[in-house]
Design a protein around this ligand. Sequence first.
Ligand SMILES: [Zn+2]
Length: 461
Amino acid sequence: MLMVCALVLGLSTGMTANAAPGRMSFSPGASGAGDPYFPDMGNGGYDVSHYDIRLAFNPKTKAISATTTILAKATQNLSRFDLDFQGPLKITKLSVDGRAAAFTRRGAQELVITPRQGLWRGSAFVVSVTYAGVPQKIDDPALGLSGWVATKDGAVALNQPIGAATYYPVNDTTDDKATYSQTITVPTGLTVLANGEPGPTTKHGGYTTFRWHMSQPMASELAMIAIGKYNVTRAVTATGIPNITAIGRSVDTKPGQGRVFNRTTAQIVQWEASMYGRYPFSSTGGIIADVGVDYALETQSRPVYDQRTSEVDGDLLAHELGHQWFGDSLTPVHWSDIWLNEGFATYSEWLYQEKFNGIPVQQSFAETYADEKDWSGKVADPGRDHIFDDLVYNRGAMTLQALRLKIGDRAFFQVLRQWPTTHRYGNVSTQTFIRFVERLTHRDLGAFFHTWLYRPGKPTL
Ligand SMILES: [Zn+2]
């Protein structure tokens, strides 16, 4: 391989074939994307534009067999590169640009791929990986369950923060968003839901193949698949956005709950769009499923609500649907900045309480401020094991209300609308947010944000 590269470089630059730079010009991509909390997550040297996941699921054995094809572009001259892939799934075939490539697996999640020849910076390439086995979910002592979770009648994949690589090879970092096609084959009688909009469903020999497409950029932590017995409700919102909701048949439901869940989802999306700007995705919805993870997750375009969060009420819908702007369309580069998701999503709950239940936001703030026990952490750098702590949610939302009191309603609601509009589909950081608010208000808010986001202790009002 090195010889081929040196020759190509020699031809293109006029250097002699034995010149030293030829040997230097291709190097391995980094094995991590640089997140201090999750150093192995993601990789360097390339940028993914699309994932095509084709997967068959056997509910009896819980096994999958799959081929994932990844369209990417090299961002450096690559001699080799990594994908994230973890657990017991066995790879039977792997190619780069249609030619078999060498690969090894290192540590917990590195799939190291060496193509037959180096990949030039800027060139597009296609990786195809065929694999099979029984995926194993992640059970992290601090962060809970994620990844591919087998259920009584199927499986649900919920990836935040570290689960995606349990069922497909992926550049598992928030700042390499891509579009997705998911083609899932199951025994006829089961239903498959995923992000985005459905394509044609086809049947053959006792199996049904479902197709789903997410055509806006999506972070891997927000990809989702739900397989099982579901009652599906299809409608459109008042502004014409397809709205697909589903409730697992094993979930204890009241008569008519399917329609109510669908309608409430549509109403909240529309109401939030009136504050946060145009809804960012081409469909919406939600899935209530018996997963057993004890949380709801803002999976892109279609959140999943574990039935054990079973008060799936307006509050919770407002939270997960609020995330579609804050977390999904705008996604923090680093997990330390997850308050930019959870603070806004919790604030969405407070706004919901005010709009639909007559409880003023200021009252929610005051009660949280009075009741909060834990003031010891840093909201904008809570630590790897604390990204889902109450601190991040409650103090994150309190920071926003304190900001509103400081800059006034007019400027604050401009922030709520313009922040997600300006950075639509992008990656953001706390520093970007602070600069954004300062520019909008022409004020120096450094001390204010330092007190609320970076200094442990209860801020005085
Ligand atoms: Zn949340």
